[in-house]
Design a protein around this ligand. Sequence first.
Ligand code: IPM
Ligand code: MN
Length: 359
Amino acid sequence: MASYSIAVIPGDGVGKEISDEALKICSAAAQKHGFAMEFQTFDWGCDYYLTHGRMNPDDMLDTLKTFDSIFLGCIGDANKVPDHISLTLLLKIRKGFDQYVNLRPIKLYPGVESPLKTATPETIDMVVIRENTEGEYAANGGIFKAGTPDGFALQTAIFTYKGCERVMRYAFELARQRKKDGYAGQVTNCTKSNALNYSMVYWDTVFDEVAHSYPDIKTDKALVDALTMWMVKNPGSFDVVVASNLFGDIITDLGAMLQGGMGFAAGGNINPEKTYPSLFEPIHGSAPKYAGKGVVNPIATIEAVRMMLEHLGETKAAGDVQKAVISVLTEGKVKTADMGGSHKTSDVGDEVRRKILES
Ligand code: IPM
Ligand code: MN
């Protein structure tokens, strides 16, 4: 019997309650499909910081390295630790484990209302591949002469050939795979080469080179500002979008809204070579004001679990999770406040669990 070891980092705010749902769904999928999942929970985060003066132990990566996958709830609580410090926990894992693909599906499920009135499940169905280890997040720079009138800050983005090429190749491979399922077979290059005359011009050059080896895949190019406009005006024209770290960050928050809100959006931080474990998370924040109330929508978390199962190779289990999610959303009987319902986080998790087991 296959067995997977999962590191669980609930993190801050609502992280604990959504992690409970993640474990519930993993266990249901494992029970249904005859594999085992072992969980180990780590208490790293802002409370850990208040006690230990750091977000996580120094040997965090050595500890996590031995796991098959990582589930992260959410990190950050600005009342306890400044965000730019707390979020290093996540960024260290992304970089340290070379999780260079941030895979973010943007899919409107039936039964979910998007704030965009023209949105339908047919038109909101794309995947953003966000570069996840370099670019604008390279953490290269400094603040100089701070507190003086001569103060200045420098933050230099880094775009390497290797970094661009591999994430673009991943996007093209994904478009090829999706094409088999009836999608357009298209990769959109999210760029800004009209203004960023070194980094994004270079990015475009690498994109064109990679595109050359995928003659079966259509390409499109959109400046990031215009792309946000098209995502709203004509979302059905996108299949796979490849974007740099910061641009991908921004457009996926917009994408989350298109798919119904932050309660639905999940992401995988993926090391495709599987040299290191990958990390799966809902992309919403830790919402400290809702912590412990059991009111947040667990669908984003359940979607993260689905992506984790898929990555682990448990494709059938992942498919069952998706079917259960769609069934619960379509029926619309059990829903949290963001969907206009009054059910608790755990009620939705229980309902998805029930559907998985009875499928
Ligand atoms: C995300 C988040 C992170 C990011 C933060 C928490 C550092 O916004 O995963 O999209 O900017 O990458
Ligand atoms: Mn973000």
